[in-house]
Design a protein around this ligand. Sequence first.
Ligand code: PLP
Length: 405
Amino acid sequence: MKQYSNRLNKLGTETAFKVSESASEFIKSGKVIYPYHLGDLNIPTPENIIEAAKKALHEGKTGYVSPSGIPRLRKIISEVVGFERQIIYEPKNVVIQPGGKPVIAKFIQAIMNPGDGVLYPNPGYPIYESQIEFNGGIPLPYEFIPTSDGFMLDREKLESMIDNRTRILIYNNFQNPTGCESDIEEMEWLSEIANKYNLWVLSDEAYFNIRYSGKSKSIASFPGMKERTVILYTFSKTFSMTGWRLGAAIGPSSLMKIFEKLSVNDESCTNHFVQCAGIEALEGPQKYQKFITDKLKNRRNLLSEMLNAIHGVKVIVPDTTFYLYPDITELYHCVDARSYEDFRTIILQKTGVSFCTREHFGKPNKIETRKYIRLAYSGISIKDISLSMNVLKDFFSKSLSSSMV
Ligand code: PLP
């Protein structure tokens, strides 16, 4: 039998894609499915962006370009991202990437030595842990405490994990999976911690622009942070461009030179015509962005209302992302689930509702007693939200009454 590298034992995966596979199997057997598992959008990319890509293709923009990206896109990203975050960036602070995800691995490769400690959120986007472990780092998952309107960092625990080998803090405000965000005071505290312990920060801002009220703020804008922070920027969610693969790393220019070198090694460059589409996304009419967030907001409102109407479900309604993270502890026990995976499969088979669970975003802490699932409402219509929540409500009310007999 042929052997693969030992390092592969440490490589994780994006668990939502795994759930997609199980949902596809379910569909193949002819059953109806209500897809809440993947953070993808069923809203088309705005027409002006598609036209810009077509034009670029017809103009022959199909060859290699600079590994750091085409100058005009780097410039417009530095301006837009700087303006939205009240930070001054220049094009040399921007390296274009094929999506936001590659920023995670490149950041870790550029900063972390084997044996260095990396703080990252748990629950959180699973690629952080995967890349930390794959590259020989020490994973330091930090936790959250549920509050009446979201989740807050367990500050004491977070700080207690830091020692002289800790080099990196990964921070995903506008969080996947909880949909929640830090208040200003929490961001201030975290930036003080980064300064105090001289940490590099990866600020994953994939959902910075998916906002229904209020205003997003970046940790990079706090004192002393610009020099130690790399922003993960992506077109995926804001412009409904998940499959186009376009994003950027934004940070100190000396570090961006290293990102450029890593890009030469990994992918040579990001597609030229896709970068032209990115210019149109940022420079062209912005009305579609509002169209996308309005659509998502309607879904969020209906889904949260219908979830909260199910006996045994409690969900807070976040102002950002397109995720809801309901507490389903009572239902978990009422269907006699032996594990999260058991719960997920029972609900999928009985109702067709497909979602990820808490466990897809990191190992729950031993003292974590509440149970959660994550519902992405980015890929499901209002009509299907309504149908699916009625099916779910029915199923749970029957399960609850039979569990009381
Ligand atoms: N970061 C977070 C928190 C995400 O949820 C995602 C995608 O779901 C990404 C990064 C990567 O996005 P992309 O590579 O599509 O830009």
